[in-house]
Structures are given as structure tokens and as C-alpha cells.
Design a protein around this ligand. Structure first.
Ligand SMILES: NC(=O)c1ccc[n+]([C@@H]2O[C@H](COP(=O)([O-])OP(=O)(O)OC[C@H]3O[C@@H](n4cnc5c(N)ncnc54)[C@H](OP(=O)(O)O)[C@@H]3O)[C@@H](O)[C@H]2O)c1
Length: 274
């Protein structure tokens, strides 16, 4: 398929809802040729006009097929905006190793699969932009979302290294860390199988998760992240890391680096009543 001059070919993962959906819609409205990948794909063409493709980031063959299809149609991918992610909640002790594996299969290894599939063509064309959606929870360890946080911390570290590796090939990479955003993330959240009433952490776990859920319900819409993605794609040079949060959320990240760890920990405990 021919692509109009100036139009970018972009894969947005996690396009069936939330941040991915808003980003795919926005990039399509801006005139790009957008493919939206997720496990659930709409029966009809999305109103915004992007092309849905089945994608399960936990499957090598699914990721290869999705990227292969875009390369077959356009011969290149100019950008990947990787939004696919899940959260598994529970005290560190209450989430089984199998459930932690599921968290990492999607958030960390899923990202690696997508990046590894997109990079050879980008290197060949000596251009490309990779935007991975992390989380402020990947900069500050969130109680009862510790495994989710760990998966996002892992992404942050990996992206620091990737940027340097791919720069000689004209490829830019960054991680975008949102604060709370109003999406289905809480509804889609999985809970560790040992988090029930028998758990020593049960009461505090439930109260903390409720605080997170309320914050997401009252948070900014996913369009603010779509806007941040557009700014990154239009920028001459993408910075290593972007924190897309409210003033309070960004202050939290700064305070973590400025305050003694014990004082910062007290603030976190007070915030969540722990
Ligand atoms: N909302 C927030 O407050 C917030 C804050 C910081 C960071 N984030 C991050 O933003 C990203 C998007 O989350 P969201 O808030 O938009 O949540 P969401 O509404 O639950 O969307 C998650 C998306 O990921 C997709 N996904 C999950 N597992 C997948 C898999 N195995 N293969 C392919 N796609 C998969 C889902 O599609 P299918 O289920 O159809 O596959 C869905 O489209 C996540 O990485 C999340 O960690 C969110």
C-alpha cells in the first residue's frame, strides 16, 4: 500500500482501550497511517479510521505476524507507541510466582518482543521512533502494586540502554511515564490469588487499591497522553524520559530524588494510610 508523502506509519499497541485507543485515534486524525494492535479487535473499522490488527504481546508468533503485516503493506514502520500493559495487584507476598510471570510476560517481555520485531526494519531504514509507556509507578515503588512497579522499573532501565544502542542507526527511543489516567486499568486489574480475607495484608491491600481506583476515576483523560505522544513524535530529539503527570505527581518524583529515603517513605505511607 502506498503511503502519502509525510504520512508516518505507526503501530500503537494496546489500542482496544484507554491510552492506546486515544493515541491511535489522535495519530490517525493527524493524518498518519496507524495500525492498532491488541487481543480484542473491534468487529467494525474504528471511527477514527486506523487499522485494527490482532496482537497478543505475550506470543512471539502474534507479534511477528502483526509487525510482518505492516512491513508487507508499507515496507517500513516509522514509529511504535507501545501502550499494551496489565497490572497485577497484591502484597509482594500474596502474588504467586506464576502471577508475577504473567505480569512480566505482558509488561516487560511483551515490550521486548515488540521492540525486537520492529528494530531490524528501522535499522535498515536508519530511522524510527520508539515510545514505550511506563508509569510513574516505574519511578516510585507503589505499595500493593509492587510487581507492576517492578515491571515498569525494568522498562525504564532497559530503555536507558536501548537509546544508546540504537542511536547510531538513526533510531530514537524514549519512555513516557504517565501519572493517573482515567482508563479501564483498574477494571482490567488482576488480583493475586492469595489476596483474599485469609491474607495478613487484606485490609490494607483493599483500602490501598480503593485509593488507587478512586484516583484513576478522577484522573485526567487519556488524550493528555496522546498529546504527549504527538509532541514526542514531532520533536527533533526525544528526551530519554518524559514524566506525564500532574504538578503533584511530578513533584512526587522530584521529592524522591531530593528527600532522605525515610522521609519520602513517610510521605508515601501517609498518602495511602499505611
Ligand atoms: N491508566 C493509568 O492510570 C496509567 C498510569 C500509568 C501507566 N499506565 C500504562 O498505560 C498503558 C495503557 O494502560 P491503560 O491505562 O490504557 O489501561 P487499559 O484501558 O486497561 O488498556 C490496556 C491495553 O493493553 C492491552 N493489552 C493487555 N494485555 C495485552 C496483550 N497480552 N497483548 C496486547 N495487548 C494487551 C489491552 O488490550 P486487550 O485486552 O484487548 O489485549 C488494552 O488495549 C499500560 O502500560 C499501563 O501500565 C496507565
Amino acid at each position: 500500500m502506498a503511503t502519502a508523502q509525510g504520512q508516518r506509519v505507526i503501530l500503537v499497541t494496546g489500542s482496544s482501550s484507554g491510552i492506546g485507543r486515544a493515541t491511535a485515534d489522535r495519530l490517525t486524525r493527524d493524518g498518519n497511517s496507524v495500525y492498532g494492535g491488541s487481543r480484542r479487535t473491534p468487529d467494525t473499522q474504528p471511527e477514527a479510521g486506523w487499522t485494527p490488527i490482532p496482537l497478543d504481546v505475550t506470543s512471539d508468533s502474534s507479534v511477528e505476524a502483526a509487525i510482518g503485516r505492516i512491513l508487507e503493506q508499507h515496507g517500513r514502520i516509522d514509529a511504535v507507541v507501545h501502550c499494551a500493559g496489565i497490572s497485577v495487584a497484591g502484597a509482594i507476598e500474596d502474588v504467586t510466582v506464576g502471577e508475577v510471570e504473567r505480569q512480566f510476560q505482558t509488561n516487560y517481555l511483551g515490550t521486548i518482543r515488540v521492540l525486537q520485531a520492529a528494530l531490524p526494519s528501522m535499522r535498515e531504514h536508519r530511522q524510527g521512533r520508539l515510545i514505550v509507556v511506563g508509569s510513574i509507578g516505574g519511578l516510585i515503588g507503589l505499595p500493593f502494586l509492587g510487581h507492576y512497579s517492578a515491571s515498569k522499573f525494568a522498562l525504564d532501565g532497559m530503555m536507558q540502554a536501548l537509546r544508546i544502542e540504537v542511536a547510531p542507526y538513526g533510531i530514537q527511543a524514549t519512555i513516557l511515564h504517565p501519572g493517573d489516567i482515567q482508563t479501564d486499568i483498574s477494571t482490567n486489574q488482576l488480583e493475586g490469588s492469595r489476596t483474599g480475607a485469609e491474607s495478613a495484608y487484606h485490609g490494607r491491600f483493599k483500602a490501598t487499591v480503593e485509593t488507587y481506583d478512586t484516583a484513576v476515576t478522577r484522573a485526567r483523560p487519556p488524550d493528555v497522553i496522546a498529546d504527549a505522544v504527538v509532541r514526542l513524535l514531532d520533536s527533533r530529539r526525544m528526551p530519554p524520559r518524559v514524566i506525564a503527570g500532574t504538578a503533584n505527581e511530578r513533584t512526587g518524583v522530584v521529592l524522591k530524588s531530593l528527600l532522605p529515603a525515610r522521609v519520602f517513605e513517610l510521605i508515601i505511607r501517609k498518602t495511602y494510610g499505611l
